[in-house]
Every structure is written in C-alpha cells, then in structure tokens.
Design a protein around this ligand. Sequence first.
Ligand SMILES: Cc1ncc(C[n+]2csc(CCOP(=O)(O)OP(=O)(O)O)c2C)c(N)n1
Length: 641
Amino acid sequence: MSILENIRGPRDLKALPETRLDELAADIRHFLVEAVARTGGHLGPNLGVVELTIALHRVFDSPADRVLWDTGHQSYVHKLLTGRQDFSKLRGKGGLSGYPSRAESEHDIIENSHASTVLGWADGLAKANQVLGRPDHVVAVIGDGALTGGMAWEALNNIAAAKDRPLIIVVNDNERSYGPTIGGLANHLATLRTTDGYERFLAWGKDRLQRTPVVGRPLYESLHGAKKGFKDAFAPQGMFEDLGLKYVGPIDGHDIAAVESALRRAARFHGPVLVHCLTQKGRGYPAAERDEADRFHTVGAMDPLTCEPLAPSNGPSWTSVFGAEMLRIGAERPGVVAITAAMLQPVGLAPFAAAYPGRIYDVGIAEQHAATSAAGLATAGLHPVVAVYATFLNRAFDQVLMDVALHKCGVTFVLDRAGVTGVDGASHNGMWDMSILQVVPGLRIAAPRDADQLRAQLREAVDIDDAPTVVRFPKETVGEAVPALERIGGLDVLRRDPRPDVLLVSVGALAGTCLAVAELLGERGLGVTVVDPRWVKPVDATLPPLAAGFRVVAVVEDNSRAGGVGSAVAQALRDADVDVPVRDFGIPPDFLAHAKRGEVLADIGLTPAEIAGRISATLARRNGVGVVGDASKELAPDDIV
Ligand SMILES: Cc1ncc(C[n+]2csc(CCOP(=O)(O)OP(=O)(O)O)c2C)c(N)n1
C-alpha cells in the first residue's frame, strides 16, 4: 500500500513523520501522472504544488482554517489529501470535478475556475472572522498568473488597508500562466526571486547569533523586526511591503520543511502576510518540465510514457482554423493587431505572434483591460482582434459596452469554446455570450457553422471598423463543411422543402444537428427548411417575412435559452407582426454539472431526436397532425409518426 492510500484526511497527514513526507510527495506525483493521463485534466499546475499543498495541510486545520485556491485548477493534490482519491472519473459524469466543489467536500470552501477571485474571497472571509470573533486562519493560494488579474489588485488594496486583520496570501510563483507570465508584476516577482539576500542573511544570523550567549538572541530578534530601510539594504522588499503587506520569501516551494516554517511564521503574524513560494510547473514529470508551450497545463487522455494522445484528433480544431486565417489576415492587413489574455496557445494566436511579434499583446489574465485597451488601439486606427474563451468575456461586459460599443470602436472579439464545453463544469461553458451581448447597441455577432464560414466571417468582422463584432465558435474539431444551397438576404439556406411546415433557424455549429432534425421530421411527413443566419445579431431583416409563410419557427442554439438568439428572433417576429409560433432550443439557464459535451447535450435535450420530438409536438398541439395518440401532451421522440 502506498503512503498516499493511508492518508484519508489532513489528520493522517499531520501524523506522518517528517522523514516520510518526500516519499508521500513522490507517491502523489506518480498518482497524478497515472490518473490524469487516463482522463485528461490539469497536470502541470498540480505537479507543481505537491509539496506546497502538503505543507499547507500540515500547518493549517482545514476546514476550520479556510484554505482557498485561486482558479481551482491546481486543487487535485488538495483533493487527494482531503479524502478524495478516486480519480477514475475525474471531470466525467458522476466523477470528481476538475475544480474545488462544495458538493464534494467540506474542505472546498469556494468553487470557481475563473481566475483572480481568491483574494476577494479571502478578504471577505477574514473580515467575517473579525466581526464574528473567529480565530481561524484564512489562507489564499494564488498563482503569479492569476495575480495579473485586476480583481486580485482590488483585493490587495483592501487587504493591505487593514494592518490588524490576519490573512495569509501564498503566491505560487512558477513564472507561468499557460506560457510565461508577462508584465511589470512578473518582472517584480522575478526581482524578488533573485534577491533573497535578506532571508539568507537572516538564516545566517539565526544560526550564528542564536548560538551567541546573552546578546545573540535579542540581536537576532531586533534584526528580524528591522525597519524596512534596513532590510532594503540587503534585499528590496518591493511593492508588497510598500503596500503594507508583510512579505516572507522567497521560499523554495518544493522544500516541505521550508514552506512549513514560512507558513508557521505567517500564521503567527497578526496582519496580512504574503508568502512567496517558488515552484516549478510540471515538476517531476520530465515531458512536462521540458514543454515550452505550457508545461502540460491541461492534457487530454494520453499514454503516460509516450505522451501520445489516446484519442487522436479527427480533423482540424476551430482554434487552428482561426489561427491560420489570422496569419493570412495579418499578412494582408498591417493594421490588424491581436490581443490575448494570457492564453496565446489555447486561443490559437501563437502563429500570429511568431509572424508579427510587434502586433500581439498578451495582457495577462485581464479580460477587462483587453477590451478597453483594444478600444484605445481601435480609436487610433488599428483593428484589434481580442481572442478569449467565451466564458471569460463575461468579466469584460462593461468594457465591451461602455468603452468599445459606446465609442463605436472596430474591435473583433473572437470567442473560442462557445457553447457547452462539458468536462470543465459549470463555469467553463460558453453559454452566456449571446445573451449578455444582445443588449450591446451596434454589436454584431457571427456564429460560423464550419471552417469556411469561420474564415469568411472573420474577414467580414475585421472589415467592420465602426462597431464591435463577435465571432464565436465551439471547442474541438470543426466538422464537415455544410454547403449552402442559396443565400436569401443574409441567410444561407441549408435545406429547402416546398412544404411550409417548419422553418428551422440553425445557429453556428449546430447546423449538423439541425439537418438531422430536418431529416427526422421529413421522414415523418413534415416539410422542413433550414436556414443559417450566419450573423445572429442583429436578426436579419429577411427572416420575419420568410418566417411568415411557415407553421412554426424553431431556433436551435448552443447558448442559454434566456435572452439568446431564440428570444431575439421571437421578438423580431413580433415586431414585424408575424404571428408564427417560435420554439427555441438551447441551454437551460442552469449551472450544468461536468460531463462530456455529448452527455451534457443529451441531458439538456439538444439532440436531433429530442428537438424533432418537441417540434412535432408543437405542431400536433396546434393542429392535431403528424403524431399518434394524444396530441395535447408533450411527446417522446418515439411517438412521432
Ligand atoms: C478570468 C480567467 N481568464 C483566463 C483563465 C484561463 N486560465 C486558467 S489557468 C490560467 C493560468 C493561471 O496561471 P497561474 O495563476 O500562475 O497558475 P498556474 O497554472 O501557473 O499554477 C489561465 C490563464 C481563467 N481561468 N480565468
């Protein structure tokens, strides 16, 4: 039995002799590589925090002491040490979440996955401790990447203001987000990393002076409490101390004893303390340690020996199609610049960055800044393309509205991972963009259905210089091309039937689903025409008059049903006095549990059979045709004739 298997909670960990901790760390690394290779997940970040997490759970008493993880992708070791060692279905349906989850454990205080929030949470919890007279510690672990987010700085400003309110910030500094962390803060951390002269001086002093009788200890104590100016003679304490935070570090984050000692010191301090730990992302797994792109930040299921994917991709991804087209656009249009929020590789901008290093900006995990900075670039005559995951644009809503749209700036937002993403759970689904962006005046949204459309619509978007545009597409592989039979106004007609029963409005990559729905309904004697509006905001003027000739209009979208394209189409029909019923099929406005994309789609009814069944039932309720049995009740797909 491995040592890890004997650790059923923090109490077992505390009981383990110090001499066995390195062995435990090795066990955990072995477990992580084997388990994450089987399911996919965040490997590199977790390999980097093995010792740090062991030390945290030995020094603090979770869950009474609140140990909080920023973003939460590095919480696997925390899970292992708090009684969760069945990783067989990690991120899969019914299995462990890839992030902290309150449903899983009392040791998970917050669940997030959107970065840079943890210091805000810690500030609130620490304030509550003060009000309620609770003596427990609040410990927030934040990466150097997440520390580039504006929210983190707003929190630091508040945390530093209360000198007598205990709160421990552990900076897990591995010098990387996905790629190397950029910016002034990263440079500052680099300075701190290399100037540990003061700590070394203290260590020397402790050793020498404490052995000196009578004057030794008092002298050491006074050195320890020395004034900042004196400390700066040995090492710049930098902006954290300038802000009013006690700074401890830098500490070797892979030396358990050193981290424990730093944390114990921090825990004795009655105010905000920042413990700066240096770690290595991907530590102990040579392939990850060597990987320049992202140190195996996230991996798919793979062979742990060769790192070959277990399920090779069956075609180009949406991301790679976007990346290749950006490269071509970059060559043709010197005024096009690109912005990433710390995700150069994942959003496909690496080829553009390599070709045009002077026209790419990695702003850090700072989506709000990305949007407003893009407004500045556009105002000066350039055309910025801001590429982010759809879910992360949520954070920049006000900037898109007030800075980009109000100023009529030609900025293109490219939203990758739109729609159901699945395994990363509730917060990673890109299911809100087409709802929240509906209210932004002048903004246009393109939802390409295939690679050709993505290329074409990206070009159409960067040609628009007087309004924001959005191009959104899902995760993973682009399917087969879906050709249009003709274009009417702005609508591509994908399937035509002379019988005017159903007008199916297909949004983006759900074209294949819609054509399958049409086939199912066709087999049952209903005439279905399928159109793809391409630009889903604003609703194309051709749509209401076309819809007027049908018995029912159905909109199928990979976005929340609340306020999405279906709602917009229904409103456009009402405004045009077109009295045809609209059925909208999309994602229910819930937080969806993690599972594979296909499983989630099936659970929420976004499958051809389910959609066909519901459309058929609508027609049956209205006219009593096309179904067997009682036409007034909701029908299962099998009831359709
Ligand atoms: C608001 C937001 N934007 C982007 C991301 C995507 N993202 C996940 S982890 C990560 C890098 C985090 O770096 P760091 O905090 O240093 O942690 P590390 O993975 O290096 O341990 C990024 C950019 C996110 N989770 N949240």
